[in-house]
Design a protein around this ligand. Sequence first.
Ligand code: ATP
Length: 251
Amino acid sequence: MIPIDHPRYHSLVTRERLADAARKGVVAMEGLTAHGRGEAFDYLLGERTTMSALRAERTAAALLLSARHPVISVNGNTAAIAATEIAALQKATGALVEVNLFHRTEERIQLIEDLLTNAGADVFSGPAERLLPLSHDRAWCRREGMYAADVILIPLEDGDRCEALVKMGKTIIAIDLNPLSRTARAASLTIVDELTRAVPEITRASQELDTDDCACLISRLDNHYLLAEAICEMTTRLTACSGLKNTGQTP
Ligand code: ATP
């Protein structure tokens, strides 16, 4: 039992949820490593939503609301730690929710779809086809789902599929704490924030924005600027912490 007053309560609860989901087969063992990489970058951000991330989240809401056929792509890690948040985002935007996995088995797909359904999401399921130009199993998707989408939200993605989807002409919104990853660099819009903070902010913005707000946010989208701001936030924090250490103060 993790005490609620533990300074790292949220992080420890999330780890526990992921470990539990891995034991049940929802999360691949490799997914635990990917989470660890995310945590390291979150530490550098100060485990908070920055101003530039908030702007990216509002722009993501604008893109989803303005889309003809928006889709939210869900993998094991996302379902394990944010199923309820994904269901709320689907309600706010009307996007399809579709499962897409790197470590793909029919059994895992079913487990993740059940988890999402139990959390209140309406999952777009059914037979998938190998439709994306990729040699691994993330190529599998549904013709009327991700394949037909114009805007796709891809939380916790690998770079290959992000690049392939952008090459197909789709607008790709990534959530990735690592501003240096291939995903972050290739996406049309990258939200450098932790998944469980980012998704509720996109939902909140989706409930607030009108058509003019959406058009304004989309017209000002500059992903290079957003990534540069995220890197700047991390370096500023690192510099500040090393300055404190040099003067003998504790951070
Ligand atoms: P790429 O192929 O894009 O260069 P990668 O090889 O790191 O990246 P993965 O191993 O699939 O790709 O890792 C997924 C990414 O998700 C990592 O970059 C990690 O920083 C990020 N990540 C993990 N957990 C979270 C989280 N809870 N919130 C936001 N980002 C996360």
